[in-house]
Ligand binder design. Structure first.
Ligand SMILES: Cc1ncc(COP(=O)(O)O)c(C=O)c1O
Length: 399
């Protein structure tokens, strides 16, 4: 059957397909350590689950307003005021089915054919495909390990053309875990102030998972004059172990939010009513488990960095947050095992899955083939076991 050109060009999400491969091996009885997971491995906190059950019992199970219930919009505004120091009202908020849906709504609302979107690389796997689905052009700007994989002001300046409509900034980043501190943001803001037609999508979905006492900061907090051009993408998935509940939000200019809400009204209508009530509790209830989760990830990150430093010919930029790390394994490229040569991150990921029974995501999916993404959303014991197995497998490779 003929598929549309749009769908024929679409690449399936690499992270989801690695998970599927790992699960298939698991089902066949092979014990897999999954460093490929893109979600916290904890249960949703009990108070949030209870709020969901209460909402069902009290009959909150019908369509809601397309753009989300007022209670959740208010909770989002209160949270953003507390965490960003920025004031928004209900007219600035659209609640969608996850951060991914919030991004897609934004792209579909803002982008026309010929529009360019600047995507610093390494990037989250879905950005380029979502931009193409909106018939626009992703302009990939490579960022090097020397610069901790972060966008430099001069590279941003060079990438901007009269067709540039949007810049995507993801901090802290999936896959590198790097976060843009105030100085880096001010340098980027200086460039953006010179190009008033460029809008900014600030994907802050991991903002609660920061290490080393880092304080949250984003572009709109360091440069007031940019605030009207910034769209914040955030949600409850990563901060509250609520990936399956599918609640994210888009915050920004009311005219765009109204248009994006109209778009959502024709595609999905409202996100799940029960998930919305659960999210009200997540944002307004006890924050203890969210704080503890970030502390747990910080401990695991320390262990992961220690274990990476013990791997031969592997280098790594230390993450500032998230639960990902993005080490460079290119020192092993060109090596062989059982007649097979490791030519890039895809070969390496396959080799580690087969030889070490460890699932990782090839860096190619994030635009950087020298690296692989490891997620430490698994226990300390599994991290130890996984790295033991990776080290053993790497030692089998030879030139
Ligand atoms: C950088 C980034 N943005 C957005 C999302 C989407 O999150 P959600 O599960 O809320 O759709 C993800 C999920 O992996 C992500 O890594």
């Amino acid at each position: 059957m003929k598929l549309s050109g749009r769908i024929a060009r679409l690449k399936p999400s690499a992270t989801l397909s690695i998970n599927a491969k790992a699960n298939a091996l698991k089902r066949s009885g092979v014990g897999i350590i999954n460093f490929g997971i893109g979600e916290p491995g904890f249960d949703t906190p009990e108070n949030i689950g209870n709020a969901a059950m209460q909402s069902i019992r009290s009959g909150q199970t019908r369509y809601t307003a397309v753009g989300g219930i007022d209670e959740l919009k208010d909770a989002v505004c209160t949270t953003i005021k507390a965490d960003y120091g920025l004031s928004y009202g209900r007219e600035n908020v659209l609640v969608s089915c996850g951060g991914k849906h919030a991004l897609y709504n934004l792209f579909m609302t803002l982008l026309d054919p010929g529009d360019e979107v600047i995507v610093p690389s390494p990037y989250w796997v879905s950005y380029p495909d979502m931009i193409e689905l909106a018939n626009a052009k992703p302009v990939i700007v490579p960022c090097t390990e020397k610069d901790a994989f972060m966008l430099q002001a001069e590279d941003l300046e060079r990438a901007i053309t009269p067709n540039t409509r949007l810049l995507i900034l993801n901090s802290p980043s999936n896959p590198t875990g790097k976060y843009y501190g105030p100085d880096k943001l001010k340098a980027l803001a200086k460039v953006l102030l010179r190009h008033e037609n460029v809008l900014i999508a600030s994907d802050d979905i991991y903002y609660r998972i920061l290490f080393g006492g880092r304080k949250w900061v984003s572009l709109g907090m360091v440069e007031e004059k940019l605030r009207g051009r910034i769209f914040i993408i955030n949600g409850v998935s990563k901060s509250y172990c609520m990936t399956g509940w599918r609640i994210g939000y888009l915050i920004g200019d009311p005219m765009v939010i109204k248009a994006a809400t109209d778009f959502q009204s024709q595609v999905t209508s409202n996100p799940s009513s029960v998930s919305q009530w659960a999210s009200v509790e997540a944002l307004t209830g006890d924050q203890k488990s969210a704080v503890e989760m970030a502390q747990t990830f910080e401990k695991r990150c320390k262990l992961v960095m220690e274990r990476i430093s013990g791997l031969p010919e592997v280098t790594c930029t230390e993450p500032d947050g998230t639960f990902y790390v993005f080490p460079d394994f290119s020192g092993h490229f060109g090596k062989k095992f059982a007649g097979r040569t490791i030519n890039g991150s895809l070969d390496l990921a396959d080799f580690l899955m087969e030889e070490a029974h460890v699932a990782v995501v090839p860096g190619e999916a994030f635009g950087e083939d020298n690296c692989i993404r490891l997620s430490y959303a698994v226990s300390m014991e599994q991290i130890e076991q996984g790295f033991d197995a990776v080290k053993k497998a790497l030692n089998k490779l030879a030139r």
